[in-house]
Ligand binder design. Sequence first.
Ligand SMILES: [Zn+2]
Ligand SMILES: [Zn+2]
Length: 230
Amino acid sequence: MTRESVATRFGGFPTVEEGETWPLCDGCAGDLTFVAQVDYSRDGLHDKLPIVFFTFFYCWVCHPWGQDREKGRWLVRSYTGLRRPKVLVQGDGPAFVERHAVPRLAKSLPDGAGMHLHCRELWDLVPGESGSREAWANWDVVDRAALRLTQERAPRPHMRNAGVAIGGYPYWVNGGDKTPVCTQCTRPMELLLQIRPSELTDADWGDVGTLYLFMCRKHTQRTGLRIQCT
Ligand SMILES: [Zn+2]
Ligand SMILES: [Zn+2]
């Protein structure tokens, strides 16, 4: 693969396998809009999923919010290799301005809500009945324990993936953990891409919406979408 065509980018035009065409929306039959592509083998955080590259498309006419019946109104195309990658150009120009970033490959930890799913032992240390409303007010207990684990002195934003993130753990911006489960094996999916409002992309989901993409480690054709607004 040529590195340049598969480089992580937001906006611009997507790279596809030669012969692949522009994906259409199952809902309105219009073109899906290209949002981002990721050189996952290079830029994915720890515990990588077994793919090397993916592209992400979304329909702003249908505006899916992650329900099962919205299948095909957004799309993750993932690859374990690309033989003849080429940039697929379409229309008068890209929907979004092309932008690039260099990822910071640090270790991420689940956020307070995510500890419930990913680190039950730690969550159980939270005073009160873990998961209850009182416990939500005690997330700092989880935070302090997490800091001890990583031997950090102060929480750094990226430790909690609080931004645009490729892999690692989701940072839930509003309410509880909404990790989708795989419809084939019922196991929780893993974070593929999280897009918070950022200078990296002009794509947006409602008023200050964060979009999360998930994938099953075993069944990589199974992907999930979530959106939370703050
Ligand atoms: Zn549509
Ligand atoms: Zn699965």
